[in-house]
Design a protein around this ligand. Structure first.
Ligand SMILES: [Fe+2]
Length: 186
């Protein structure tokens, strides 16, 4: 696989999210959180994780908005700009997006991207779900509960929650377990 330019990913995210300062604050924390759990993924996947953390929410940027389902819009923008397929697929499926896609009618479009299930997807979930919308770090359970409250009753997020929440929390637990394993092996 060709190398991933993490600095270019950061610059692109900064440019696309410039009109959305809170989203940029959130993104910077997601990138920092991804860096903090980098040891939970294989060394050769760390740049991929880091770049995905920078780019995961570019679908919110005005330059990307099309369907208004941000994981899909972000993946499509990254694809148009020539980012590698594995990275664009991570954007498409970040934080259990498929569950929300099923509840909002975008599952078929999202299926154009392979849904990787790996230490990288888990670490990306950890990073995204421990970074609040204003960039503050908070426990995943609290972040998920607050997001559901924000989206409100009847939202695709709430309709997806019964499946998505355990999926997210299990990923966070696996990240903790991998970090512990690495620590005790060191
Ligand atoms: Fe995010």
């Amino acid at each position: 696989m060709r190398t991933i330019d993490v600095a270019a990913a950061r610059l692109l995210a900064q440019r696309v999210l410039l009109p959305l300062p809170r989203r940029w604050d959130h993104t910077r924390t997601v990138a920092a959180q991804a860096r903090s759990v980098a040891h939970a993924v294989d060394p050769e996947d760390r740049d991929l994780l880091h770049a995905a953390a920078w780019l995961h929410d570019i679908g919110y940027g005005p330059a990307a908005v099309d369907t208004r389902f941000h994981p899909l819009d972000g993946a499509r923008l990254a694809e148009r700009l020539g980012w590698p397929p594995r990275l664009t697929a991570l954007i498409a499926h970040h934080s259990g997006a498929l569950f929300v896609a099923r509840a909002s009618g975008w599952a078929e479009e999202l299926a154009a991207y392979p849904n990787e299930a790996s230490a990288v997807t888990d670490a990306l979930i950890y990073a995204d779900q421990t970074a609040g919308p204003d960039g503050r770090v908070l426990p995943a359970g609290l972040r998920i509960a607050r997001a559901l409250e924000r989206h409100g009753p009847g939202s695709p997020q709430q309709r997806a929650a019964a499946q998505r929440t355990p999926h997210l929390l299990a990923a966070v637990s696996r990240v903790h377990a991998r970090l512990q394993q690495r620590q005790s092996a060191a």
